[in-house]
Design a protein around this ligand. Structure first.
Ligand code: FAD
Length: 408
């Protein structure tokens, strides 16, 4: 049986950065990254943005140039899922039944796109957007002449895809079960702003709307049937309704976790010498008053990777990295600082009509998060207020003549 001092399962953002951080922190032993995708590590955010829009070719979204991994003596085993693990023997089994033993293991498998469960959900032309193959399939469908698109799910991924498809001149309908867009991740002010933007760009938005089935002909999607019977014509359907953490083998091996896998502040699971990072890892977050949450962001995956690498190298610094996120839609650059979970008040700073403003989230007067649209200055200064647990004057927060940094 092959042995690797450290095995990293998953070759996405977290896995790649764990390997990079291990080498940066002086690890000289063997590192093997096992990933079920065939491509060397690449960035996922462009899949619903520049890559889908064909503004960036695949070569430009590699996390590191493909030669980097061999240069750093990091063994990439691509195209192989880990299907089983034995935490006592410290052995993983791959899809081809081969096995490999480890001293330390880092589980960085992200999640699988959640699928619809309704009649017709498996028709050709029904896509998700989680990996390169998904985006390639959507692009092929556009090349084949798809003109009408229905996007199911009004979260960031769905709205980014909607913006790209409108830019490409396709007719787009977005269907969302909640009464507003971005309901899971943002407050009402931001939802209302993006609602107006997508409407202004010609997107047909259907809120508080449920789906009955996907209609098709000869195995190919032709439309989406709404509860109530209305049919929306579609040559392609993109389902953007979140992910299910890919933790099956880890949980089967005995790791604890109900929503993903539980980790402590050093990213350790309940299994000895097994760490978990990124989208699949549930941790108690200082930025959510200690609530156990999974954070789905590049920042979280990369910073957990750093915590884990350091911890493996004996430098045990708890995971307390500042959360940030971004989303690009049309010419709008959203930057989010902090986590808005549990907010009880919002303040809009600036005029959304000018397409440059911020939404500030407060909890008992304390500033906990900002959503900044085309407003990097507020983002940079606002994050310092969050870090300082500032309780600024509300009128001052709303006054754009007053710089946020002066409220520290
Ligand atoms: P991933 O990057 O998903 O990597 C996990 C890897 O593990 C995958 O390659 C997967 O195939 C593999 N894997 C899974 N199971 C197994 C197994 N059993 N064996 C082997 N390999 C396995 N975040 C932002 O901060 N900003 C954005 O603008 C943004 N936009 C996004 C747009 C899209 C379309 C998507 C899908 C995500 C976006 N995200 C964004 C989220 C961000 O990409 C994720 O939070 C990040 O990729 C998480 O990193 P990860 O390493 O946990 O998982």
């Amino acid at each position: 049986m092959d042995h690797s001092d450290i095995i990293i399962v998953g070759t996405g953002h977290g896995g790649a950065h764990a390997a990079i951080a291990l080498r940066q922190n002086g690890h000289e032993g063997s590192i093997t990254m096992i990933g079920r995708e065939r491509d060397a590590p690449y960035e996922r955010p462009p899949l619903s943005k520049e890559y889908l829009a064909r503004e960036k070719p695949f070569e430009r979204i590699h996390i590191r140039p493909p030669a980097f991994w061999a240069d750093k003596n990091i063994d990439l085993r691509l195209g192989h899922p880990v299907v089983e693990m034995d935490a006592l023997r410290k052995v993983v089994t791959l899809g081809d039944d081969s096995q490999m033993s480890y001293r330390k293991l880092v589980w960085a498998t992200g999640g699988d796109a959640r699928r619809l469960s309704c009649p017709g959900d498996d028709l050709d032309g029904v896509f998700t957007v989680r990996n390169r193959a998904d985006a390639d399939r959507i692009m092929a469908s556009l090349d084949a002449g798809a003109q009408t698109a229905v996007i199911i799910g009004g979260g960031y991924v769905g709205l980014e895809a909607a913006a790209v498809l409108r830019k490409l001149g396709r007719a787009v309908t977005v269907i969302e079960t909640q009464p507003r867009l971005l309901a899971r991740v943002a407050g009402e002010d931001l939802s209302a702003f993006y609602h107006d933007e997508h409407r202004a760009h010609g997107v047909d938005l259907r809120l508080a709307t449920n789906i009955e089935s996907i209609a098709g002909e000869d195995g190919q999607v032709t439309g989406v049937v709404l509860a109530g019977g209305e049919i929306i014509t579609a040559d392609l359907v993109i389902v953007g309704i979140g992910i299910i953490p890919s933790v099956g083998p880890l949980i089967a091996a005995g790791a604890s976790g109900a929503n993903g896998v539980d980790v402590d502040e050093l990213c350790r699971t309940t299994l000895e010498d097994v760490y978990a990072i990124g989208d699949c890892a549930a941790h108690a977050s200082d930025f959510a008053d200690g609530a156990v949450i999974r954070v789905e962001s590049v920042q979280n995956a990369n910073d957990m990777a750093t915590t884990t690498a350091r911890s493996i190298m004996g430098d045990k610094q708890p995971y307390r990295a500042f959360p940030w996120f971004w989303s690009n839609q049309y010419d709008l650059k959203l930057q989010t600082a902090g986590l808005s979970i549990g907010y009880d008040e919002t303040i809009v700073r600036g005029d959304p009509a000018e397409r440059k403003f911020s939404v500030i989230y407060l909890k008992e007067g304390r500033i906990i998060a900002l959503d900044c649209v085309n407003n990097t200055r507020d983002y940079v200064q606002g994050r310092k207020l969050i870090e300082a647990h500032a309780v600024p004057d509300r009128a001052a927060l709303a006054d754009t003549d007053i710089m946020l940094k002066s409220l520290l």
